[in-house]
Design a protein around this ligand. Structure first.
Ligand code: KG4
Ligand code: ZN
Length: 361
């Protein structure tokens, strides 16, 4: 499959010298294959996400080897589909961006290999994009974009971070989780409540049936100074509560309600602290957990109260997608950055290692 696609595109002419840039974005860091096309004049032209949730459901979590194999099968057909939707062909591409980390190494290598190979065959530049920078800048795909500087709350299945963003590639870590990420705490608690993986959205849904005041969960680390988080205690608290409470549907909904309230309250307290500390009243909330309605509402209310602004990606760009990768790759390629021809990916990659666009990697 890869060979015939590559041999077909070998004959395509490079268009890197043309003014309009068309960047293909490839996201394969975990359990979603995301592909998108970003045009320098028209913005996002098309995007598709293929979710592997059904594939991993029976295992209660992502099985890395299955994820890699599925990305191999889905990436090229999805690239062809997105190109067709946008009315473009491979020869129109002027650059390729792929997620190079952090994430599952096998899954990352699929996107990196396909992206790099396509770029080499087309004679266009390619760049490895940081997955969390993608999440961080996903609100830039919206009409109402945040100006720099802003505070970013990055909340996903693997990360819980507060970052001061002074410009593209200028990221100062203010706070991080000491143990579980917030999405991971949602997923593990959801599993205890009998919900399927990934349980974040399902837990939030169940919480809508819960009653206030039935259970009181702790707000971890809020009485200590600083901006770090810890969610593993909350998950243990949920486990003990579920085991002690029985499993009638109303009880489970009440626990989901109390858990979600505690998580959202904790995130709100830390965001408030970061905003006061940095004296910046623009907040970006991104990553899978930013799809949570209660979190969105509470942060919106708070930012309204202090006459600040809050920015979210649209719902479909909160979780993993190719659009955010195409966007970041596009901006960096446009600034003249590109990677060499080696296929590289990193399972771990601190976001603070990124550099501004003026400083070439
Ligand atoms: O960013 P993402 O798609 O993948 C990672 O990079 O990790 O985030 C996935 C995480 C999962 O833990 C999922 O349960 C959580 O985001 N999530 C939610 C909601 N939607 C997705 N958590 C709480 N409420 C939601 N509505
Ligand atoms: Zn993600």
């Amino acid at each position: 499959m890869i060979f015939c696609t590559v041999s077909r595109i070998m004959s395509c002419k490079s268009k890197s010298d043309e003014k309009t840039m068309l960047t293909l974005g490839i996201e394969t860091s975990c359990d979603e294959t995301g592909i998108a096309l970003y045009d320098s004049e028209q913005g996002l032209l098309a995007h598709e996400v293929y979710s592997q949730i059904a594939l991993h459901k029976d295992y209660g979590g992502v099985v890395p080897e299955l994820a890699s194999r599925d990305h191999i099968q889905k990436t090229i057909p999805l690239i062809q589909q997105v190109l067709a939707e946008a009315g473009k062909s491979q020869s129109d591409l002027t650059g390729i961006a792929y997620t190079a980390g952090p994430g599952l190494i096998g899954a990352l290598l699929v996107g990196a290999t396909i992206g790099r190979t396509l770029a080499w065959a087309l004679g266009v530049p390619a760049i490895g994009v940081h997955h969390m920078e993608g999440h961080l800048l996903a609100p830039m795909l919206e009409e109402n974009k945040p100006d720099f500087p802003f505070i970013a709350l990055l909340v996903s299945g693997g990360h819980t971070q507060l970052i001061q963003v002074d410009g593209l590639g200028q990221y100062h870590l203010l706070g991080d989780t000491l143990d579980d990420a917030v999405g991971e705490a949602f997923d593990k608690t959801a599993k205890l409540l009998g919900l399927d993986y990934p349980g974040g959205a399902a837990l939030a849904e169940l919480a809508t049936l819960g009653r206030a005041g039935q259970y009181q969960f702790p707000r971890p680390m809020v009485n200590r100074p600083g901006l770090d988080f810890s969610f593993s205690g909350l998950k243990t608290f949920a486990m003990n509560t579920v085991h002690g409470a029985g499993n009638d549907p109303q009880t489970l909904a009440d626990i989901a309600y109390a858990f979600q309230e505690a998580v959202v309250d904790t995130l709100l307290i830390k965001c408030r602290r970061a905003i006061k500390q940095c004296k910046i009243n623009r907040l970006v909330v991104a990553g899978g957990v930013s799809a949570n309605q209660l979190l969105r509402q509470k942060l919106k209310d708070y930012m309204f109260e202090i006459k600040g602004e809050v920015f979210y990606p649209r719902h479909e760009f909160c979780t993993d997608n190719g659009a955010m990768i195409a966007y970041v790759g596009h901006v960096r390629l446009q600034a003249g950055q590109a990677d060499d021809t080696a296929i590289k990916a990193r399972a771990r990659w601190p976001i603070t290692e990124l550099t501004p666009t003026s400083q070439k990697k």
